[in-house]
Ligand binder design. Structure first.
Ligand code: HMG
Ligand code: MG
Length: 298
């Protein structure tokens, strides 16, 4: 793989739709996923096997996987919080699972009902079982800059937890600025600390764009050799258990920037932007991507 090749992990159908007031019917979620795959995205997180009482938007993830066309090169992932979720994900034949914890107990408790240490103890046998079955495991580490409950996170804390997730057997660690408060001034030292323990090739960045810093924050990640980026079509997204969080950094913005830098993504920006406009209309609100709006107005 040439060094200028960047891999995008599309979050729209999961992180995006989990935070939308309007629940899209299964048929439209399937169309969204098909359009995203057709635009060239090869990794798409499409569901979550979590409590339907906590996140009703993801309740029909099993039915969704059942109906997904599995022809092309695209791999489909889903979040898993516990053994019950892992069993459901295995039954649904997911290509990759995502386990999720955070750097702070406040957010972890609000999100999954237990503290950080307990979550790592819970995850150990889940990773082992998934790997035994040949399912890749991504580890999400949230609140890498700050927690909505516990305040700022120390870079050394992020580094230590990222290393532990790697040691558990995760193939990749996604570093999440869950509430989107970071700037390059806080993101760069966080990445430097993590890169001390985990090689760039095993890291992804997951920026929420609450304060409009997502693209700026991408630069220190690219400069440090990170080549896997989480993003969400039309900037959809946010965690319902992180007060004040808004959507992910928009996929259209990321593709526009990377292509401008001469890097390749394999994504057709026009198709992606048309999909962002399409899903925004289905959701009944404005398109959260500036690039998407600009291309739509052309
Ligand atoms: P709990 O209530 O402590 O679980 O929830 P429990 O084991 O006591 O079970 C209670 C009920 O939930 C039972 O049902 C279980 O069957 C059911 P009842 O007997 O009462 O009818 N249940 C489940 N149902 C379906 N699937 C499951 C499951 N597990 C239990 N897997 C639990 C604990 C972890 C389940 C819950 O807190 C939960 O589902 N949390 C997930 C919250 C979530 O999805 N948050 C959003 C994703 S994280 C995120 O967005 C951040 C990220 O994007 C990165 C970033 O931005 O930083 C990844
Ligand atoms: Mg997120």
């Amino acid at each position: 793989i040439p060094v200028d090749r960047v891999s995008l992990v599309e979050m729209g159908p999961r992180d995006g739709l989990q935070n939308e007031a309007r629940i899209l019917p299964l048929e439209q979620r399937l169309e969204l996923i098909a359009r995203l795959a057709d635009s060239g995205l090869q990794r798409i997180e499409v569901g979550a096997f979590v409590s339907p009482r906590k996140v009703p938007q993801m309740a029909d993830s099993a039915a969704l996987f059942e109906a997904l066309p599995r022809k092309g090169p695209t791999r489909y992932g889903a979040l898993v919080p516990n053994l019950q979720g892992l069993q459901a994900a295995i039954a649904a034949r997911v290509d990759e699972i995502g386990l999720f914890t955070a750097c702070s107990d406040g957010f972890t408790r609000a999100n999954i009902g237990i503290g950080v240490e307990e979550s790592l103890i819970r995850f150990a046998p889940l990773v082992a079982e998934a790997r035994r079955l040949g399912i890749k495991v991504r580890g999400y580490l949230s609140t890498v800059i700050a927690c909505p409950f516990d305040g700022p996170t120390r870079p050394k804390r992020v580094a230590a937890l990222a290393e532990r997730l790697l040691d558990l057997g995760c193939h990749e660690i996604s570093l999440g600025d869950t509430i989107g408060v970071g700037t390059p001034g806080t993101v760069a030292p966080m990445l430097d600390a993590v890169l001390h323990e985990v090689p760039a090739g095993r890291l992804a960045v997951h920026f929420h764009d609450t304060y409009g810093q997502g693209l700026a924050n991408l630069l220190p990640a690219l400069e440090r050799g990170i080549r896997t980026i989480d993003c969400s079509v039309a900037g959809l997204g946010g965690c319902p258990y992180a007060p004040g969080a808004s959507g992910n950094l928009a996929s259209e913005e990321v593709v526009y920037l990377l292509h401008g830098l001469g890097m390749s993504t394999g994504v057709d920006l026009d198709k992606l932007a048309a999909t962002g406009q399409w899903v925004s209309e289905r959701l009944g609100h404005g398109n959260g991507s500036r690039v998407g709006r600009a291309l739509h107005a052309r």
